[in-house]
Ligand binder design. Structure first.
Ligand SMILES: C[S@@+](CC[C@H](N)C(=O)[O-])C[C@H]1O[C@@H](n2cnc3c(N)ncnc32)[C@H](O)[C@@H]1O
Length: 226
């Protein structure tokens, strides 16, 4: 399974093993709100080799990053503990989510499979063919970021797509000062005053950084790589 040759990889995989997923059907379901070409362009132009993704869900976004680069390895952080099947049940007949279901032939079969196997095994089956370059860290951010830093993990990029609080942005900068920070949910939460926009703009003004946003995606320019 080990293929990336990072010195910390064996220890991390021992603590967070990849489960066997034989017999579980794989699906491509990405909660893609648009603009991810910003991330794909940055992965390619900055030759990103190691990415931390906070909030992997069913690893649809993870597959998008893997398809962008054959030399990319990803540490996916997610507790994989929520009831994903009931979340998908809510999305199933909402036309807003039709693009996310575009590659799913039978929505009912897909959701039944997620219900039967649960969030973690379902997600792992979806990235099975990239298991040598995907490490599932079944835990919560920001707490587990400290653990990764203690192992001397040094990501080139961190993609945030979890709880909309972005309480991990400052922690990430402190622990991984060279990483490019980016994420999702730019357009989420009109009634709550677009909390991700507020957090990113505040963070950038505190540290004198520039950001770019397109549709749901945002990326903070990294002075070390741009
Ligand atoms: C919007 S979904 C991610 C969608 C996925 N990136 C995609 O594009 O298909 C949010 C995910 O964040 C996870 N999550 C929630 N709180 C988290 C936390 N504190 N740390 C890591 N993941 C978290 C949830 O379990 C859920 O799978």
């Amino acid at each position: 399974m080990k293929a990336t040759n990072y010195p910390w990889e064996s220890a991390l995989r021992a603590k967070f093993p990849t489960p066997a997923t034989e017999g579980i059907h794989e699906f491509y379901f990405s909660l893609d709100g648009g603009g991810r070409e910003l991330i794909i362009d940055a992965i390619r132009s900055h030759d990103v080799r190691l990415m931390i993704e906070v909030g992997s869900f069913l690893c649809g976004s993870t597959l998008q990053w893997f398809e962008a680069s054959s030399t990319l390895a990803i540490i996916g952080i997610d507790p994989w503990s929520a009831n994903f099947a009931s979340i998908l049940d809510r999305y199933r007949d909402n036309p807003v989510f039709d693009p996310c279901f575009a590659k799913i032939e039978h929505r009912g079969e897909f959701i039944d499979s997620v219900r039967q196997h649960g969030p973690f095994l379902s997600a792992m089956a979806n990235v099975r063919k990239h298991a040598d370059r995907f490490i599932p860290v079944r835990a919560s951010s920001p707490e587990v970021l400290e653990e990764l830093a203690a192992l001397s993990v040094m990501p080139d990029m961190i993609y945030f797509d979890s709880n909309k609080l972005l309480d991990d942005l400052s922690v990430a900068r402190r622990l991984f000062p060279d990483a490019t920070l980016c994420g999702d949910d730019w357009t989420w939460g009109a009634e709550q005053g677009f909390p991700v926009q507020v957090a990113v703009k505040d963070f950038c003004s505190r540290f004198g950084l520039n950001y770019r946003a397109h549709r749901a995606t945002w990326i903070i320019d990294n002075p070390k790589t741009s």
